[in-house]
Ligand binder design. Structure first.
Ligand code: NI
Length: 168
């Protein structure tokens, strides 16, 4: 297993649209393992392949407190979303130290493939619903801060660019 480098906003590669995984094979299972290790080490509760510069539709999530409930979503799609919406304060491993409020559907149903290539559906609410939507956005090339006002977004960009320049 290997820990992968996480791209930092506003790296333009974060805007790449990920392709569907054609076959869930050993290469994809290795990617899942590497992504999980990277997420746990960061530490974070979710990671999309886009964030490690792999532009295929793979997401790993673990929202458990015990950090041993890995959930894998390959080619995930939202097949239903509630009309009811909810605001959560989100953060992102690609946008270090920035947290802000985003409104999204409160509940979603997601369809995806697991590590064996089997299709499953899952109803998600609360943090899991937020996390799934946040990670699927990454696969589409969207980062959560892009829901914020242009003013806030510019402030975040210059803060992160400054941080990048002073890193030694
Ligand atoms: Ni993120």
């Amino acid at each position: 297993m290997a820990k992968l480098d996480i791209l930092t906003y506003p790296d333009p590669r974060l805007h790449t649209v990920a392709k569907p995984v054609a076959a869930v094979d050993d290469r994809i299972r290795q990617l899942v393992k590497d992504m999980a290790e990277t997420m746990y080490e960061a530490p974070g509760i979710g990671l999309a392949a886009t964030q490690v510069n792999v532009h295929e539709q793979v997401v790993v999530i673990d929202i458990s407190e015990t950090r041993d409930q890995l959930q894998v979503f390959i080619n995930p799609e939202i097949v239903w979303a509630s009309d009811k919406r909810k605001v959560w304060e989100e953060g992102c491993l690609s946008v270090p130290e920035i947290y802000d409020r985003v409104e999204r559907p409160d509940r979603v149903r997601v369809r995806a493939l697991n590590e064996k290539g089997e299709t499953f559906e899952l109803d998600a609410d609360d943090l899991l619903a937020v996390c799934i939507q946040h990670e699927i956005d990454h696969l589409r090339g969207k980062v959560f801060v892009e829901y914020l006002s242009p003013l806030k977004l510019n402030r975040i960009k210059s803060k992160l660019q400054k941080r990048e320049r002073t890193r030694m």
